[in-house]
Write a protein that binds this ligand. Structure first.
Ligand code: SF4
Length: 374
């Protein structure tokens, strides 16, 4: 089976060379624990070998996976293949940072069976890259992209960030034009959110860092949607675009379709059946627990069927899969609501499904609440 309906495995690599001031993902800047972490991930994977026996996607994210030494990367893929049966044609993605991944590293990844890379470019504007405290230039990002192509990757994603204080349409259009000129198979455009506990969060609280108002954020969002769609990309999820349905991120689709996924490593989240669980954030604590023969799970929850249904609505309205009309049947005034939403250009009805438009994506989180009948 190769239709994306099997579970996927995510591995969280908790190491970064430096911390970007806006980032809330868990990572430490001391990679000395990489070997211990690798052994711990291998042990954790062993625990789940039966529950997730066959998988069709592996996503190595973080953190900065491209920082891992070749032997660690090879060991990681070995351990994953030892515990899970990867279906033929599985999507195997690794996140890379421009500048960290030399062409030799990229070739090595390709030889290991990685068939998709996701490059954290964030911006093609030098001023913005300095503001975001990225460690690479726009030229380095383009070089990494070209080297990924030269290494044989025909499935490449590029991540961009928009909507920070002072971000203007001209600069955003420049990054969009650069990405369209490169022509990756996948583009993610993430809206900057100021996270408490990050340096940007602290600056914002102190009043030394502003934020962009909602209206301006919405303009930049719609600018990206219109521009990328004109350039052949399918706006298939709030923040994600692909060159056709085939190039959607198979792994990330599992999150939006309630397909089981296993998260290995510190802070990783998992979902199976009606159960969700997540690991402790600290890499030290994660390794310690596994070393003592325990599990690194911090907490778990079982979702009632009403919760699962509501979540299905939330996830559905985030993608162009939308939600089945039938699933709204219990909402008494669904017909009137849908009529209003269609007239406002927020959704359309396609083959018995309610599908959000790009403007609908802007309010994706509030659409399900209109239909909630619990
Ligand atoms: S944005 Fe990426 S490189 Fe920067 S701190 Fe977060 S995970 Fe590390």
């Amino acid at each position: 089976m190769n239709d994306g309906s099997l579970p996927g495995v995510y591995v969280h690599v908790p190491f970064c060379r430096t911390k970007c001031p806006y980032c809330d993902f868990y990572s430490v800047t001391s990679p000395e624990m990489a070997t211990v972490w690798l052994d711990a991930v291998g042990m954790e994977a062993r625990h789940y070998g039966d529950l997730f026996a066959r998988v069709d996607s592996v996503y190595i994210g973080g953190g900065t996976p491209s920082l891992l030494e070749d032997a660690i990367l090879a060991g990681l893929l070995d351990r994953l293949r030892g515990e899970f049966a990867l279906e033929p044609g599985s999507e195997v993605t690794i996140e890379i940072n421009p500048g960290d991944a030399s062409i030799d590293k990229l070739r090595f990844m390709k030889d290991l069976g990685v068939n998709r890379v996701s490059i954290g470019v964030q911006s093609f504007d030098e001023r913005e890259l300095r503001f975001l405290q990225r460690r690479h230039t726009a030229a380095q990002a383009e070089k990494t992209f070209e080297e990924a192509r030269a290494s044989g990757f025909d499935n490449v994603g590029v991540d961009l960030i928009y909507g920070f204080a002072g971000h203007d349409g001209k600069a955003w259009l420049h990054s969009l034009e650069r990405v369209a000129a490169l022509g990756p198979e996948h583009v993610s455009c993430y809206q900057m959110t100021i996270e408490a506990g990050t340096p940007f969060g602290r600056m914002h609280a102190e009043g030394t860092l502003g934020s962009l108002d909602e209206e301006r954020q919405a303009d930049l969002f719609l600018m990206a949607s219109e521009f990328l769609e004109k350039n052949g990309y399918l706006h298939y999820e709030v923040s994600n675009y692909s060159l056709g349905k085939e190039r959607r991120s198979r792994h990330n689709m599992k999150y939006w379709r309630h397909i089981p996924y296993l998260g290995l490593g510190p802070s990783a989240h998992s979902f199976h059946g009606n159960r969700r669980w997540w690991n402790v954030r600290s890499v030290e604590e994660y390794c310690r627990r596994i070393d003592r023969g325990g599990m690194p799970v911090e907490a778990a929850e079982s979702l009632e069927s009403e919760q699962l249904n509501l979540e299905r609505l939330f996830l559905g309205f985030r993608t162009i899969d939308g939600v089945a009309l039938a699933s709204l049947a219990e909402c008494e005034n669904a017909g009137t609501l849908l009529d209003r939403l269609c007239k406002s250009g927020l959704v359309s009805i396609v083959d018995g499904r309610v599908v959000p438009t790009p403007r609908g994506f802007l309010v994706a989180d509030s659409l399900p609440l209109l239909f909630d009948h619990s």
